[in-house]
Design a protein around this ligand. Sequence first.
Ligand code: SF4
Length: 338
Amino acid sequence: MREAKFYKKLDNNKVECFLCSHNCIIKNGKCGICKARENKNGALYSLAYGNVSAANIDPIEKKPLFHFLPGGKSFSIATSGCNFQCSFCQNANISQINNSKQNSGAQQKETKPEEIVNLALKHQCSSISYTYTEPTVYFEFASDIATAAKEKGIKNIFVTNGYMSQACLESLTPWLDGANVDLKSFNPLFYKKICKGDIEPVKNSLKFMKKNGIILEVTTLLIPTINDSEQEIEAIANFIANRLGKDTPWHISRFYPTYKMLNIPPASASLLYAAKNIGEKAGLEYIYIGNLPGNNSENTVCPNCKKTLIKRRGFDMIKNLIKAGECPYCEKIIYGLF
Ligand code: SF4
């Protein structure tokens, strides 16, 4: 447990946390919405610091990041807690638990930042991913790991809902190299009702990251009848193309029934391909379909000469023809880090 950053003390032993856009006012003895930060006698503490609840060596493609050192391994970690409560969360067993309750059921292992970095080095991982739950809520821990990782030449990646505050965004810029940010919907009501958040801070984070040179990829999980109207998909694609840039990779991910959304069927292949067509019409240069085994939209194709540059099967990279960040056929610069 560590004293938290990004908070201020208020009267009556209350505190205000401004790590994320919820700006929780927290009474003495209580946690914020994320359940990862607790007010103890008028000071705010990160309960998540050092408490690793998941650690794996993943292909970078699993994040998904397709334009960030493709084919590499990423040491992937999470602590418990999240500032969203999405009904379709795939990791609810670790994201939706209370860090302060010892009987929460999640396995946690106390770990020092240097241990994570040493494990990443030992397993020849080119990056560390802060993923599975929301990395913003364990910012202090992620920041200490990332700073140590950077010194050893290891890159840092957030897989995030993008709900961090402006202060947090500015603080992570010196060490964050890449991010996959969910743009879960373009409907403010979706964010309010299904995620218990707001869309505007997410849009702000997306724009900030792209503008500040963090390699950015965007993911949208398409959920039948919930966020799959043509107008909404168009709005998402146009936002990415016009506000983030046509070179921003967009991952359209297939919904499977999970957590509190067991009554909704999986997204159909035709819906995913229709969304891809909408993205192409918006001018997006790199569109990928995920969670649909055997589909042919996992490869990276040169937007200029249309030659296949990276061939993938699932999370495996089969071949990569990109040389020094360029298409070897027409010299078009390919967005990303290669
Ligand atoms: S990080 Fe947690 S405690 Fe802080 S504002 Fe967000 S939800 Fe609230």
